[in-house]
Structures are given as structure tokens and as C-alpha cells.
Design a protein around this ligand. Structure first.
Ligand code: 9MG
Length: 285
């Protein structure tokens, strides 16, 4: 991978080892933690906890992207995320990512000190690409088939890996042509976003194919229904299943793991990285 560090608005995110992105949903309706951190005070203390547990970056979102989620207006999304970003940007030692698809939120969050734009629509909403270019920040381009409202209604692919890779390849080309250099681009296959159980499993089994784009890969599988259906557990009891998926992803080369369960994921990735480095150095001979 050519990119080993991201400049998140002046805060570096070192990617020489896999890192953890802590999830902070300031929403009433996210599938796992909806409503838990809706008040600014509870969101701030959760962010501090995530950093203390070892998160290298915090992803703050004000619009649920779970299947069937309702749209949120620009004003409501700004009212949810901006007080939290404004309060945390000057305080946290790690960069803040804003999970949004809206140009107005991209601009406001960047002006308030956010360091990365995490867009589940890969900057396809009208105006989003221009807004992202203006900020000069790195972006995470995620694949989604459909919209959160309809994405799980029988998604179809010819070859899920080739189709998702092709989409990301096209979005990366569009972004670089618009003025976002490759050094500022992260890609994400979008687990759970318009994918069946088989699609998700195939993407995870063949995740190493995404290294072909020579860009950092981010994955989000934490507590998702893909894990829940395998282990037959509700969201807050899917930690062990999510860790297994995070380990498989890191083994395949994923550099950023988005998770609700930061401390456990940091430990799991630390073990993966230790073993990888020992293997690379030829220790134990
Ligand atoms: C906001 N959000 C929810 N799930 C996600 C995932 O898998 N990847 C990214 N980049 N963002 C996500």
C-alpha cells in the first residue's frame, strides 16, 4: 500500500499498522447504539471513552444508515453533530471523522475541525464532491447498492467482488480528477449496504482483492446483522463475532476497522499485527 499515513486536517493518522475507528452515533435510531449518545454531554463522554480505549480516530454521525432508516434534514443533522464536533475538535488527541453524505454537513464539519469525511454514498450526492474537494480533507469512499431505505431488498451482483471493485475504481478516478489526490482516499466495500449474507461473506473471504487499488481499506462489520445472523445474537452481544471478522479483515490487509467495541478490537488487531511483523522479520527460526 502506497499510503502509510493520512493527513487528517493537520492530525496524522498512521496506517503502518491496522487502526481502530470508534463509532459515535448521535442518532435516535442507529441499529446498535441508537439513542445512547443523543445528548451532547453523553456523546462527549463516549468520545473520551473511545479515545481512552485506544481509538485512533472517532467517526461521528447524525444520520442512521441502518436498513430502512428514515432521511434526516440538513438542519437536524447539523444540530446533532456540530455541537459534538465543535466541542471535541480542540480537545481530542485523535482526528475526528464525520459520517455524512450532505455537502452542507461536510463543509460545516470541516470548518469546525473534522479531519476526515466518511461518506457511505462515496460523494455521489449532488454537491458532495465539490464540498469535499474544497475542504482538502481525506475521504472514505464506501460502496452501497441502493439507499438505506431499499438496499436490502434482494440485492444482485454478477460478481460481488468485481462489481464493488469496479464501482470503487470509478469513484476513485472521479475524485482524483476533481482534485482529491490518491493520498487522501480510503476505500470501503460497504459490508451490509445492499449485500446478502453470501455477498458479505464473499467480500470478507476475498477482501485482499481490494489491495489492488493500492489505497487504504476501511471495513465496518461491527455488530452488523451479517454477524448477528451467523452467531444468532442481538447487536450488543455480537462483540466476539465482530472481533473474528475484524481479525480476518486485518489479515487480508484492512488498515482501518470501524467498531463500537474499541478496547477489544485494539487488542485483537495488536495480536494480528504482532504476528504479521514477527513473520515478516523471520523471527522464531
Ligand atoms: C457509517 N457507517 C456505517 N457502517 C459503515 C461502514 O461499514 N463503513 C463506513 N465507511 N461507514 C459506515
Amino acid at each position: 500500500m502506497a499510503v502509510t499515513s493520512l493527513d487528517c486536517g493537520g492530525r496524522p493518522l498512521d496506517l503502518t499498522s491496522p487502526v481502530v475507528m470508534g463509532v459515535l452515533n448521535v442518532t435516535p435510531d442507529s441499529f446498535s447504539d441508537g439513542g445512547d449518545f443523543l445528548s451532547p454531554d453523553s456523546a462527549l463522554s463516549r468520545a473520551r471513552e473511545l479515545v481512552a480505549e485506544g481509538a485512533a480516530i472517532i467517526d461521528i454521525g447524525g444520520e442512521s444508515t441502518r436498513p430502512g432508516a428514515a432521511d434526516v434534514s440538513v438542519d437536524d443533522e447539523l444540530a446533532r453533530v456540530m455541537p459534538v464536533i465543535e466541542a471535541l475538535a480542540g480537545e481530542l488527541s485523535v482526528p475526528i471523522s464525520v459520517d455524512t453524505t450532505k455537502p452542507e454537513v461536510i463543509r460545516a464539519a470541516a470548518a469546525a475541525g473534522a479531519g476526515l469525511i466518511n461518506d457511505v454514498m462515496a460523494l455521489q450526492r449532488p454537491g458532495a464532491l465539490d464540498a469535499a474537494v474544497e475542504t482538502g480533507l481525506p475521504v472514505c469512499l464506501m460502496h452501497m447498492r441502493g439507499t438505506p431505505r431499499n438496499m436490502q431488498l434482494d440485492p444482485q451482483y454478477d460478481d460481488v467482488v468485481e462489481d464493488v471493485l469496479g464501482f470503487l475504481h470509478e469513484r476513485v478516478a472521479t475524485c482524483t480528477q476533481a482534485g482529491i489526490p490518491a493520498e487522501r482516499i480510503v476505500i470501503d466495500p460497504g459490508f451490509g449496504f445492499g449485500k446478502s449474507m453470501t455477498h458479505n461473506a464473499t467480500l470478507l473471504a476475498r477482501l485482499d482483492a481490494f489491495n489492488a487499488l493500492d489505497l487504504p481499506v476501511l471495513i465496518g462489520l461491527s455488530r452488523k446483522s451479517f454477524i448477528g445472523q451467523i452467531v444468532d445474537r442481538p447487536p450488543k452481544e455480537r462483540v466476539a463475532g465482530s472481533l473474528a471478522a475484524a481479525v480476518l479483515a486485518a489479515q487480508a490487509g484492512a488498515r482501518i476497522v470501524r467498531t463500537h467495541d474499541v478496547a477489544a478490537t485494539v487488542d485483537a488487531l495488536t495480536v494480528v499485527d504482532y504476528v504479521r511483523r514477527a513473520g515478516a522479520a523471520g523471527r522464531g527460526q
